[in-house]
Design a binder for this molecule. Structure first.
Ligand code: MN
Length: 448
């Protein structure tokens, strides 16, 4: 059994969890502290003003922590995630600790954070929603932000992907609402599976179960016909209304800028299940964990596409600075001069929202942006090595593009060394290290 609190214990043992004992408010105060620790340690708020529950944030705040949660190295991540998407395994269904308390609360009973100064209200940002098709044959699990409208209703952002399609199927079947579960407080593997681009028809809980080696248990909800992880901290049981919309947004998306306000569907809260001493999981919009959970599953697809052209791919980095969505660095072994532009086109085909891609040789660590910049400085020529694709669909999150038509420009940067010139001129010079120097470095500079 793998759950959030087990993972938090691992973080604490590794010195990666900060406990804040002093009282703090979920309105701006917790988000401000999470932002200060963003990309670093996770933070547990033990005394949340006005609530009994503790709040934790930043759990998936570093790449290494997510890799550690899955028990894989950076290089093995792609194969493991692809394998899980291709081999989903059914979860055991039974009771679990999330049923310790079953009741009909209001949304005001939960310490839902209000993050940024111009937010329209508190937002649930770490919840994953489970829904099935009217005939029960298709199950889907996906992340959705939920704006608290009042004590019972939430505005839900649904982009035209799988839940949107399920909603259309329900409308075509003449239904007025869909029964859904929204689960919070989960192991990182479940969150990563929920954000992975699995094809329509594949239940992301089953993907998570494969990732966890059979460690994900589900349970039947008490108030709605839906499943949820039995080891979640909190499950909100709701009805997704098909006959009602409300204003949703503006919300700070992973860009760190405000998205626009839209008319979106409404989820009505009909009940909840939770652990007695549940921990409310927060996720700071635009923070490192938002960007990592969005970006890492995309890296897998890019890796898959690039491998068709260049079999040896050292790594794919959807960079944090590129908000885990618009920028990508791929390090690979180049055999022919013409490979690089094909690799750049494969990257753009794998992730149509991408704006800028940089390809580097396999001696460059794609996760070390200083090395990447060095490769651009020493191996790139603007007149030969640039691929510019004007008037092409880009992300709606790119404020520099025509956001209404989603038209922008993609740029590929080939920062691999030209094969026509001697390799020696592009190598980083090395200093020979004697055994004595190695011992001295071990003594004085280990860990520095
Ligand atoms: Mn899906």
């Amino acid at each position: 059994m793998r759950d959030l609190r087990g993972f938090m214990e691992e973080l604490e043992a590794g010195g990666e969890l900060v406990r804040v004992e002093e009282p703090v408010s979920p309105r701006y105060e917790i988000p401000a502290i999470l932002r200060r620790f963003d990309g670093g340690r996770a933070v547990l708020f033990e005394d949340v003003e006005g609530y009994d529950a503790m709040v934790v944030g930043g759990v998936c705040g570093t790449r290494n922590r997510i890799l550690g949660a899955l028990g894989v190295s950076a290089g093995d991540l792609y194969g493991r995630l692809l394998d899980a998407v291709r081999n989903p395994t059914p979860c055991e269904v039974g009771d679990g600790p999330v049923k310790e308390v079953v009741d009909e609360p209001g949304l005001g009973d939960f310490p839902i954070l209000t993050h940024f100064g111009a937010d329209p209200g508190p937002y649930i940002t770490s919840g994953i929603l489970y829904a099935r098709s009217p005939d029960g044959s298709v199950e889907n699990v996906s992340f959705h932000r939920l704006l608290v409208l009042d004590g019972k209703n939430m505005g839900i952002r649904i982009v035209p992907r799988h839940l949107y399609r399920l909603k259309q199927m329900a409308q075509e079947a003449g239904l007025k609402s869909m029964e859904v579960s929204i689960s919070l407080g989960l192991h990182p593997a479940v969150l990563l599976a929920a954000s992975s681009p699995a094809p329509f028809g594949i239940c992301e809980f089953k993907v998570a179960n494969t990732l966890l080696g059979g460690g994900l248990r589900l349970t039947e909800c008490e108030h709605v016909d839906a499943l949820a992880p039995a080891d979640a901290e909190l499950v909100l049981e709701g009805r997704l209304r098909l006959d009602e919309e409300a204003a949703e947004g503006p919300f700070v998306d992973q860009s760190g800028t405000y998205d626009i306000e839209r008319r979106q569907p409404v989820v009505e809260l009909v009940g909840a299940m939770r652990r007695e001493d549940y921990v409310y999981q927060a996720l700071l919009p635009s923070g490192a964990e938002h960007r990592l959970l969005m970006g890492m599953p995309r890296e897998v697809r890019i890796w898959e596409y690039v491998r068709n052209i260049a079999p040896t791919v050292r790594g794919v980095n959807m960079t944090l600075g590129g908000m885990g969505w618009l920028h990508c660095v791929v390090s690979f072994e180049k055999f022919r001069e013409g490979d690089t532009k094909n690799v750049l086109m494969a990257i753009f085909a794998a992730h149509p929202s991408l704006k800028h891609a940089v390809v580097v040789d396999s001696d460059i660590d794609p996760f070390d942006m200083e090395q990447v910049e060095w490769a651009i400085a020493t191996r790139f020529r603007g007149d030969e090595d640039l691929l510019v694709v004007p008037k092409v669909r880009v992300s709606s999150l790119d404020p520099a593009s025509d956001q209404e038509k989603e038209l922008g420009c993609k740029v590929g940067v080939d920062a691999t060394r030209p094969l026509s010139k001697p390799a020696e001129g592009f190598k980083r010079a090395e200093i020979p290290a004697s055994d004595r120097v190695k011992r001295l470095l071990e003594k004085y500079a280990s860990g520095s």
